[in-house]
Design a binder for this molecule. Structure first.
Ligand SMILES: [Zn+2]
Length: 140
């Protein structure tokens, strides 16, 4: 009943310097990133629909609008466009991340070279530092 598996974690120190991840881990990151991209894509499409509707509303009842109403609608539409642009930028970021992942140079801390946890990458696809290094950076 010896627990031989407990010693297997020792090898990870060496693996970190060699910058290797298991295929399963890479796959997990890929899935997380792909899901994130799909979510953002859906939000982006919703946003485009909203913009079209706001535009249509504006054209449809602008005749009866006073200046203030027209101003509010223009403002809303501009807000929506800003949101859409932000989403598009984030989609591009995630897509670049997926690309880099395929090349094997994504998800490593720029400072210490350790692997950035999958959960962190899923939440922040543009993360280039591990949590520890990020905190050190912020403290300076
Ligand atoms: Zn680090």
């Amino acid at each position: 009943m010896a627990k031989a598996t407990d010693t297997s974690t020792v090898t990870t120190a060496k693996a970190a310097t060699k910058r290797t991840r298991t295929a399963a881990e890479t796959e997990k990151i890929r899935v997380a990133l792909t899901e994130r991209r799909d979510e953002l894509q859906a939000e982006y499409e919703q946003s485009l629909t909203d913009i079209t509707e706001l535009q249509r509303d504006r054209l449809a009842d602008s005749a009866g609008d006073d200046q203030a109403d027209a101003g509010t609608k223009t403002f809303e539409r501009e807000q929506e466009i800003t949101l859409a642009n932000n989403l598009l930028e984030r989609i591009t970021q995630v897509e670049r991340a997926i690309e880099r992942l395929g090349q094997g140079n994504y998800g490593w801390c720029e400072r210490c070279g350790n692997a950035i946890p999958v959960e962190r990458l899923a939440a922040f696809p543009s993360a280039t530092l591990c949590v520890t290094c990020k905190q050190l950076e912020e403290r300076r």
